[in-house]
Design a protein around this ligand. Structure first.
Ligand code: LRH
Ligand code: MN
Length: 388
């Protein structure tokens, strides 16, 4: 029988990290629709992230992206975040927006360009030293568009050398989150295309290197929960970039396109005993809100993850185990679907009420007047994000 009090405690303790860049303007190669009230500075992004935490109670850290969030004084930025009730989370590197990186960053045939890219990874660790961040989040857009364009094997050697230099620079509890992505912007071969490549580099590096699963970075039909189960077994799952997609790296709200997949992923997390923050998985969002209002979209995404988690926690594990052991295929599937088909919104409303929070965070945001305030206040200056 499921212990509801334990389920409520686990939900109250859940931690989800928001991405600073999701508060900024974003779009596609066709158009960026700028929105009124969008942040102009890292401080304004952090203020918006703090609103998400104040209303959900489970989003106490915000990930930064460098140089999008570059400031002169990271200690002051960290203090500002603390004054808003949030902490600085993962530091994301960016070696995908510089002209020099057309043929690759750390994998570039040119050693001078590799040096420049590797120095950026080291700069990010310097920033972690000042923000107190644990996670160095590495995603490489590196890849090639045509067979023969470059030597696949040599590019892996170059990647490994840069990763080694960053790894050896880590101190304290700092660690690497190595994110993979099947394609885009490279359209023939990406240098870290899948979980296996990321995992192999992590094993080669050492214990502090773990895999980051971005749920939008797989070939259609990929069983992501299998990857979760496998990496948990290996002790190499470090983080998620949650979002959802219908086709490619659409970066839509987590759980919006495929709530059942999100449930199956969170079930493997619960089954693996990896939900508790102490286990060390960084549950992050990585999304772009191209046409919808950004802050309520991020609040909705946090709620979608909470709902998937609550359903996963409600799986009757004993009944499931019995059905699996006895080979009762239909019963085993029925037990899991029973939990998935449970409306957990009343339970989550109770968890929020117990924490002194409005049971309807999206409604609370609409009633807060914050949206009207930022639209009125944030006039002038340059909006953050992709140029409109
Ligand atoms: C790459 C990615 C990566 C970030 C970027 C904003 O597609 O998922 O995690 O650096 O989006
Ligand atoms: Mn990502």
């Amino acid at each position: 029988m499921t212990d509801l009090a334990a389920v409520k405690r686990a939900l109250a303790a859940q931690r989800i990290e928001t991405p600073s860049w999701a508060f900024a303007n974003s779009g596609t190669r066709f158009k960026v629709f700028a929105q009124p009230g969008v942040p102009r500075t890292p401080q304004e992004k952090i203020a918006d992230a703090a609103v998400v935490h104040r209303l959900t109670g489970v989003a106490p850290t915000v990930a930064l992206h460098i140089p999008w969030d570059r400031v002169d004084d990271y200690a002051a930025l960290t203090a500002y975040a603390a004054s808003e009730g949030v902490g600085i989370g993962a530091i994301n590197t960016n070696v995908f927006q510089d002209d020099d990186y057309k043929l690759g960053s750390v994998t570039n045939p040119d050693p001078g360009i590799r040096r420049k890219a590797t120095d950026h990874l080291l700069e990010a660790i310097d920033i972690m030293d000042r923000t107190g961040s644990r996670d160095l989040k590495l995603w490489f857009s590196d890849g090639i568009n045509y067979p023969g364009q470059d030597d696949l094997r040599s590019r892996q050697d170059r990647l490994a050398a840069a990763l080694r230099e960053a790894y050896d620079r880590l101190t304290g509890d700092q660690r690497i989150l190595l994110e993979y992505k099947l394609f885009e912007p490279a359209f023939y071969a990406t240098d870290v295309p899948d979980w296996g490549t990321s995992y192999a580099h992590c094993v080669e590096l050492g214990e502090r290197a773990t895999v980051c699963i971005d749920t939008g970075h797989h070939a259609p039909g990929t069983n992501i929960e299998f990857i979760v189960a496998f990496l948990l077994r290996q002790g190499r799952l470090g983080a998620f970039d949650f979002n959802s997609r219908f086709y490619a790296d659409d970066d839509l709200m987590a759980g919006a396109a495929d709530p059942f997949q999100l449930f199956r992923i969170m079930y493997e997390i619960v089954r693996g005993g990896a939900l508790d923050p102490a286990y060390g998985i960084n549950f992050m969002l990585d999304q772009c809100h191209n046409i919808e209002q950004k802050i309520p979209a991020i609040i909705r995404s946090v709620l979608n993850i909470q709902e998937a988690t609550a359903k996963a926690l409600l799986v009757d594990r004993d009944a499931l185990g019995r059905a699996q052991q006895s080979g009762d295929v239909l019963e085993a599937n029925a037990v899991l679907m029973d939990a998935y088909n449970t409306d957990v919104r009343p339970l989550l409303a109770e968890v929020r009420a117990d924490a002194g929070l409005d049971p309807d965070p999206v409604g609370a945001y609409r009633r807060s007047g914050y949206q009207e305030k930022i639209v009125a206040d944030r006039v002038g200056g340059t909006q953050a994000g992709w140029g409109a």
